[in-house]
Design a protein around this ligand. Structure first.
Ligand SMILES: Nc1nc2c(ncn2[C@@H]2O[C@H](COP(=O)(O)OP(=O)(O)OP(=O)(O)O)[C@@H](O)[C@H]2O)c(=O)[nH]1
Length: 298
């Protein structure tokens, strides 16, 4: 009998510098640095999506779980705590070479009452010997009833598969929320479209009105760690299309070159950027539909 597909949302929490990004990159098996929203939001943000034959795990960053520095921070923090309610598991990361501090205790306090299983991931075990590690494990297990304690070295890739193994054990049966090859979420798609739009306006100057729409239609992981991105530029008239494409495609080529460089910096991986220009007089209608999903072009 075929195994039931499992899926779920996993929140990754921990003090700064414990190695969250390194672990996420290791799990994905490639370098995908997800855009960090500089403005602190109260909602969960997708760090990465890991899909294989029988499961899909969406790893989330939960802003504000760390110790608030001011009043507004406290408010944000409460909202973030609320957003932890719907998740399926928590990965609480600590660094083996750092003493347990108030920051860790603060997080522990926050996650204690969560109904989902909490896994303690002790990272950077390459930095210390086994005896010290056992002490850390004993210390933490006296504080909280963890579903499991998993020592790893995210940097070296040691035991990272155990994290996946533990998560798969507790994942509920569920749908594939995102397409197989999707590695990022909407905000990145929006940023990519914005970058293309910006270069386009820069190079065509006043010749093409601002009434154009740019959508990221596809963003997918391909061989050689390349990210394939297909963007469509909708213009309203043939004459505008000709301007955007330029003589022998020269303008579009330059737009692509400039945008690609910037997108590669954004994603931290090399990118194949495919830009299509289409004339669509009713793109405004499409825009209103898409905006419901957050695919706004401004
Ligand atoms: N020795 C060792 N170093 C590690 C390991 N994992 C991460 N590091 C290092 O620790 C530092 C912080 O790692 P990040 O992955 O950026 O940490 P982070 O938790 O995402 O940090 P913030 O973005 O500040 O929250 C980097 O210099 C990593 O190379 C590990 O397993 N062993």
């Amino acid at each position: 009998m075929e195994q039931e597909f499992k899926s779920g949302f996993v929140s990754v929490v921990g003090r700064p510098n414990v190695g969250k990004s390194t672990l996420i990159n290791r799990i994905l098996g490639q370098k995908v640095t997800i855009v960090s929203d500089k403005a602190q939001t109260t909602r969960n943000k997708i760090l990465c999506i890991h899909t294989d034959a029988d499961s899909q795990i969406v790893f989330l960053d939960t802003p504000g779980i760390h110790k608030p520095k001011h009043k507004l921070g406290r408010f944000m923090d409460e909202a973030a705590y609320g957003s932890l309610k719907d998740i399926d598991a928590v990965l609480f990361l600590v660094a083996a070479d750092e003493k347990r501090g108030p920051g860790d205790m603060f997080i522990l306090h926050k996650i204690k009452d969560i109904h989902a299983p909490v896994f303690l991931v002790i990272n950077k075990i390459d930095k210390l010997d086994k005896e010290k590690l056992l002490k850390i494990m004993a210390d933490y297990s006296s504080l909280c009833d963890f579903a499991a304690i998993i020592p790893v070295s995210a940097l070296k890739g040691e035991n990272v598969s155990a994290v996946m193994g533990e998560l798969k054990k507790i994942l509920p049966p569920g749908p594939k929320y995102f397409p197989d090859d999707m590695i990022t979420d909407r905000p990145e798609r929006l940023l990519v479209a914005e970058i293309v739009r910006e270069k386009l306006l820069q190079l065509t100057r006043e010749e093409v009105p601002h009434a154009l729409a740019v959508y990221t239609e596809e963003m997918a992981k391909r061989e050689n760690n390349k990210v394939y991105i297909r963007v469509t530029v909708y213009v309203e008239r043939d004459s505008q299309k000709r301007i955007v494409i330029g003589k022998n495609g020269s303008v579009l080529k330059e737009i692509g070159r400039l945008a690609r460089t910037e997108i590669e910096r954004l994603l931290g991986s090399s990118v194949f950027l495919d830009i299509w220009v289409k004339v669509k007089t009713d793109w405004r209608n499409k825009a209103s539909v898409l905006s419901e999903f957050g695919y706004k072009d401004e």
